[in-house]
Design a binder for this molecule. Structure first.
Ligand code: ASP
Length: 336
C-alpha cells in the first residue's frame, strides 16, 4: 500500500514517535557535524539516492518547498520542481489536477503537492501511482507543518501533556491551525498527548471552524474562544501559536494589527513559554519579538528540514520502527 501523507488524521502515536526520533537524530548529528562531514549529517545520509521527488506547487511557498527539496537532497535523492505550477504547468491549458498527477506519478517516486483547493491532496492520492504528500491544500490541512510544530513543542516541553496552547489569528482559513488542533484532539488521552487547554483567539469573522472546534471539545480538552489577546491570556499560555490573515483566501485585508502580539503583551509571557508562527508573518508578529528568548519560530522553520527528512524516509519505508524505550509512545490508536 502506498504511504500517502494527506491528513493528520492518519497519524498514529508510533508514527509520530518514529518521525520525531529520526528528526531529532538528524538534528543532533547536524549540530555536531565537523567541517569534513558537512553533507553526512544525517544517520540516513544517501538513503534515498535512487529516488526522485516531484514538487508540484500551485501556490506560493518558501519554507515548505525548499525544506522538502533540501531534505530530499540531504538524503541523496533527486528533485524535479516547478515553483509556480498554476502558471507553468499544463493547468494553464486546462489540464485537470487528476491528469497532471497521473502523468507526474509516471516520472517520480513521490509527489509533494501544494494546491489552492481543499481536498486536492486526497484527490491526487486517489489517482496517483506513487505516494502523495500534502504540502497544504487550500484552507484544509498542512500535515507536515503540524508535525514540525509538534516536534518544536515537544523539544521545549518533553513529556508534558497539559500544555495551554493558544492559537491566534486567522483560525478560519489557517490550515496549519486546523492540522495542529486536530492533532491535539486526536492525541488527547494517549501517551503522545500534549495539550491540556486550547484557546482560540480571533476576530469573530476569523474564528475557528465549528467542525474543528467540535472535535477538540469532544476529545475532552478544555476549550475557550476569545476575540482578542489580553495580558492574562498571554501569561496563562505555554504555547502561543500566531498566524497571519490568509488574505488570499477571503476578503479580509492582510495586516493582523487587531490581534498582534505587541511588545507590551509579550512582556506578560512566562519565562518557559514559546511563541510559534508557521510564517510568513505580517503585522501580527512584530520584529521586536524576535529578540525575546520565547521566540521559537525560526527554530520551528529550521526543524522543518529534519522533520521532512523523516517523513520522506517513512514514505519509502526507510524509517526505523518505533522503539519501546522509556518515554517512547507504546500505545497505538487509529484516528481515521
Ligand atoms: N506557510 C503556511 C501555509 O502554507 C502559513 C501561511 O501561509 O500563512 O499554510
Amino acid at each position: 500500500m502506498l504511504r500517502h501523507v494527506v491528513t493528520v488524521r492518519d497519524f498514529t502515536p508510533s508514527f509520530l514517535d518514529s518521525v520525531f526520533r529520526s528528526a531529532a537524530a538528524s538534528k543532533r548529528q547536524h549540530a555536531g557535524r565537523g567541517r569534513r562531514a558537512r553533507v553526512r549529517w544525517s544517520p540516513h545520509w544517501n538513503a534515498l539516492r535512487d529516488h526522485v521527488m516531484i514538487s508540484l506547487f500551485y501556490e506560493a511557498s518558501t519554507r515548505t518547498r525548499h525544506s522538502f527539496e533540501a531534505a530530499m537532497a540531504r538524503l541523496g535523492g533527486k528533485v524535479i520542481t516547478t515553483e509556480n505550477a498554476a502558471e507553468f504547468s499544463s493547468a494553464i491549458k486546462g489540464e485537470t489536477l487528476e491528469d497532471s498527477i497521473r502523468i507526474e506519478s509516471g516520472y517520480g517516486d513521490v509527489i509533494v503537492l501544494r494546491h489552492k483547493e481543499t481536498g486536492a491532496a486526497a484527490r491526487a492520492a486517489a489517482v496517483s501511482d506513487v505516494p502523495v504528500i500534502n504540502a497544504g491544500d487550500g484552507d484544509g490541512e498542512h500535515p507536515t507543518q503540524a508535525l514540525l510544530d509538534l516536534f518544536t513543542i515537544a523539544e521545549r516541553f518533553p513529556g508534558r501533556r497539559d500544555l495551554r496552547v493558544t492559537f491566534v489569528g486567522d483560525l478560519l482559513k489557517g490550515r496549519t491551525v486546523h492540522s495542529l488542533a486536530y492533532l491535539a484532539a486526536m492525541l488527547e488521552g494517549t501517551p503522545a498527548g500534549f495539550a491540556g487547554k486550547v484557546n482560540f483567539v480571533a476576530p469573530e469573522i476569523m474564528q475557528i471552524p465549528q467542525p474543528v472546534e467540535g472535535l477538540v471539545r469532544e476529545s475532552g480538552l478544555s476549550v475557550a474562544l476569545h476575540d482578542g489577546l489580553s495580558p492574562s491570556l498571554v501569561a496563562d499560555s505555554d504555547v502561543i501559536y500566531m498566524t497571519r490573515t490568509q488574505s488570499e483566501r477571503h476578503d479580509v485585508a492582510a495586516g493582523g494589527d487587531s490581534y498582534a502580539l505587541t511588545e507590551s503583551l509579550a512582556s506578560a509571557l512566562h519565562d518557559d513559554a514559546i511563541v510559534l508562527h508557521p510564517l510568513p508573518r505580517n503585522r501580527e508578529l512584530p520584529e521586536a519579538i524576535d529578540r525575546l528568548p520565547q521566540a521559537r519560530y525560526f527554530e520551528q522553520a529550521r526543524n522543518g528540514l529534519f522533520v521532512r527528512m523523516a517523513v520522506l524516509l517513512w514514505v519509502f519505508g526507510e524509517l526505523a520502527p518505533p522503539t519501546a524505550a522509556p518515554g517512547g509512545v507504546r500505545e497505538e490508536r487509529a484516528y481515521a
